[in-house]
Design a protein around this ligand. Structure first.
Ligand code: NAG
Ligand code: NAG
Ligand code: NAG
Ligand code: NAG
Ligand code: NAG
Ligand code: NAG
Ligand code: NAG
Ligand code: NAG
Ligand code: NAG
Length: 624
């Protein structure tokens, strides 16, 4: 579980004497103090460390910050420490000013960012990401290319003041306070904000991941990826020799405000399309008699250095239990579903197939996609090869596979060609309203049929088998409500059928890895979403047991079985399925005797050499 910071932001309604003349007077009147505080909620920008530095926000080490609230627009000159209220459309100006005006910069005590639904329409877009996200991992050298032209990169910098995204209701409260201060003709403003973000203060002297890991004051970013196969691979029979078609998606996103990382278009639309495709394919009979093996992988930590896909390939190299039954050299084709939720324009669903290079296997995948599209003709779906002038594939897990083996055949399906169509990439505004279920259903249909065509080596369009593969539209809509909204959010029936979620509002931030990484992790150390995905995939890909149902708590008797739904009613069921967790964390880290050690970079691990090894400060790790 990600250890949550409690974000506190207090608004004090009192006179300057109390706020500036020291705290003693306040302590002597606790009742008065109580009535003057108003707790305001928001989402913090947090401090993260890497091997060479820090990013994000903090309290500059003086304990609490107390400063009057001033609206950015009216703050032509800041002569005192101020808490600045800013609207997102003023964000670029704020950061320009910060870097350009040192007096201004030294008087910023904290930044409060307004939220509100009307905001999106005022903005052309908002992305705190780089213009080429994670460029250092790209398998090509056009580093100046801009996949995300709107990106400002502000989330990768370090700020020595706290920054909060306000909730809708607290935005109103703070706006009123700022207005009061503007109207006030007194020498001192009446409304001040107090930031209590002591929890995020980095201990002096700890400025990088290696030292905080040694001190045990931080934990590596990471979590659990999930993979599954259809039909299950019989590990006990050891005759697994079919070529593998791997369909992949990511489950994690990022944002300037950690706990507002929904990533609706990028990448959750692709994840939902994959889940719906698995559901559709699970209803096809006779998949076991086909020529190839279908494998599904959902990676986490992809937004922080492709942690999930890199660790997955590493575990394959090591032939570890986490990937038992899978043979690296049998992976023939990788089909990744990237951002697909915006592939919708005037009744037509448009998608682009991005490939690394032309090979016969890649051609086969493109041909299969075309066939799938034709079989869905009445649905108005178009699929095009991405522009040949692109420098290569867009940021995606496929980059990991290509860096490992440049000859692998791979395709990434996206809703854009030369630049992201998501104008809110890696921002809190990439939410439910940024995607369209119609596009996700279309992508799922396309992928389900393409996978079937590739697996069967058949391109018979009239085949009733192909046309009988149909995506459940209600399932897509339900997954969107569960994974991209707070109501019902993770307390939706579909999720509750499998797990007992720890929170209702979903967040797709990767989190930190707790305890020893394991392919049979303690469930309390696995986030809600991967736990749901593991159960969902195990259930949909399962085949019934020979001897009827068997109740379980954790383990099942056979190696080929897994215990699903164990946590929702305490009575799990054993089903035959090859579904496993794979820990996702940097290949530069090793957990030994309870301590995380940073490994020297290894020339055979080219992505490891550029891995920043991100860690997050911990106050104290609470065991569940
Ligand atoms: C920095 O400030 C100067 C003068 O105050 C201005 O001319 C210049 O354009 C500013 N630079 C940026 C990048 O805004
Ligand atoms: C993996 O597949 C390759 C190619 O078919 C085969 O040579 C190799 O023995 C397999 N490895 C394992 C561990 O089964
Ligand atoms: C792939 O297809 C293109 C056109 O569709 C063709 O020109 C090319 O020769 C094919 N390449 C291989 C390796 O099959
Ligand atoms: C397909 O797209 C065309 C052109 O945008 C539109 O006129 C037509 O109504 C669409 N058909 C369906 C079934 O959505
Ligand atoms: C989503 O698609 C439907 C058509 O299926 C369309 O009517 C609607 O306007 C779209 N919504 C957005 C936000 O694009
Ligand atoms: C489609 O999905 C919905 C929502 O999950 C579910 O209630 C329904 O039974 C599914 N329909 C079929 C035919 O699987
Ligand atoms: C089913 O039950 C029979 C008799 O108890 C047993 O021999 C067999 O191993 C069981 N099969 C499985 C798959 O558990
Ligand atoms: C470097 O990586 C390779 C392959 O992953 C591994 O076999 C080798 O032991 C590693 N070398 C070191 C020094 O860790
Ligand atoms: C670590 O973060 C700093 C920002 O403080 C950045 O300049 C540096 O490039 C990052 N290191 C790596 C290896 O990415």
């Amino acid at each position: 579980m990600a250890v949550k910071f409690i974000c506190l932001l207090l608004l004090i309604n009192l006179h300057l004497r109390l706020s500036f003349a020291g705290s003693n007077s306040m302590e002597s009147v606790p009742d008065l103090q109580k009535s003057m505080y108003k707790v305001v909620d928001g989402y913090p920008c947090v401090r993260l460390l890497n091997l060479s530095g820090i990013i994000g926000c903090s309290n500059p080490g003086r304990g609490k910050v107390v400063a009057p609230i001033v609206r950015f627009g009216s703050a032509a000159v800041l002569s005192d420490l101020s808490a600045i209220l800013v609207s997102l459309h003023e964000f670029p100006n704020f950061f320009t000013r910060l870097s350009n005006d040192s007096t201004f910069a030294s008087n910023v005590g904290g930044l409060l960012v307004e939220s509100g639904s009307g905001l999106r329409n005022k903005l052309k877009g908002f992305s705190p990401e780089q213009r080429f996200p994670q460029v250092e991992f790209a398998p090509y050298h056009s580093t100046g290319y801009e996949w995300n032209p709107i990106g400002s990169g502000v989330m990768w910098k370090s700020y020595n003041f706290p920054i909060f995204l306000l909730s809708d209701s607290s935005t109103k409260t703070l706006q009123e306070a700022a207005t009061k201060n503007e109207k006030s003709k007194k020498a001192y403003p009446a409304e001040v904000a107090e930031f209590d973000v002591v929890m995020q203060t980095v201990k002096a002297g700890t400025h990088d991941s290696e030292s905080c890991l040694q001190e045990e004051t931080c934990l590596p970013l990471g979590g659990y990826s999930v993979w599954s196969s259809l039909p299950p691979i019989k590990i006990s029979s050891l005759d697994q020799s079919k070529p593998v078609i791997l369909a992949a998606a990511s489950m994690d996103s990022a944002s300037f405000f950690r706990d507002k990382s929904l990533g609706a278009d990028s990448p959750i639309s692709g994840l939902i399309a994959l889940l719906a495709a698995v559901d559709a394919l699970s209803q096809v009979d006779g998949l076991g008699n086909l020529n190839k093996q279908l494998v599904f992988a959902v990676f986490t930590g992809e937004a922080w250095g492709y942690l999930g896909s890199r660790r997955f390939l590493y575990e394959l190299d090591m032939r570890s239990d986490a990937v038992g039954g899978l043979n690296n050299s049998l992976i023939e084709t990788v089909i990744e579903i990237g951002s697909v939720g915006k592939g919708f324009n005037e009744g037509v669903k448009n998608f682009y197939a991005h490939t690394a290079r032309v090979s016969s296997a890649t051609n086969e995948t493109l041909v299969a996609l075309k066939h799938a599209q034709k079989s869905l003709r009445s649905d108005n779906i178009t699929i095009s090869s991405a522009s040949a002038s692109n420098p290569g594939i867009p940021p995606s897990s496929l980059m990991t596979f290509l860096r490992k083996n440049s000859l692998i055949s791979g395709v990434v399906l996206e809703d854009f060609d030369t630049a992201f169509s998501n104008n809110f990439y890696h921002s809190h505004l990439d939410d439910l309203s940024n995607v369209n279920s119609t596009a996700i259903v279309a992508a799922a249909s396309l992928v389900a049929r393409t996978l079937y065509i590739l697996t069967s080596d058949k391109a018979d369009l009239s085949s009733s088998a192909i046309t009988s593969i149909n995506v459940n539209v209600s399932l897509v809509e339900e997954l969107m409500r569960c994974l991209l909204d707070c109501e019902p959010g993770l307390s939706c029936e579909l999720v509750k059928n499998y797990i007992t979620p720890t929170s209702t509002c979903p967040t797709h931030y990767v989190g930190v890895i707790l305890g020893e990484p394991s392919f049979k992790p303690y469930p309390g150390y696995v986030n809600d979403v991967p736990r749901f995905l593991w159960n969902f995939l195990a259930d949909r890909t399962s085949i019934p047991r020979e001897n009827g149902s068997s109740v379980c708590q954790q383990e099942c008797a056979s190696k080929d079985e897994v215990c699903i739904k164990a946590e929702s009613d305490g009575k799990g069921v054993c089903v035959i399925s090859t579904t496993r967790y794979v820990p996702a964390y940097s290949t530069r880290l090793k957990f030994e005797s309870g301590i995380w050690n940073v490994l020297p970079s290894n020339s055979s691990d080219t992505m490891g050499a550029v891995d920043p090894v991100w860690t997050e400060k911990q106050l104290g790790i609470q065991l569940a």
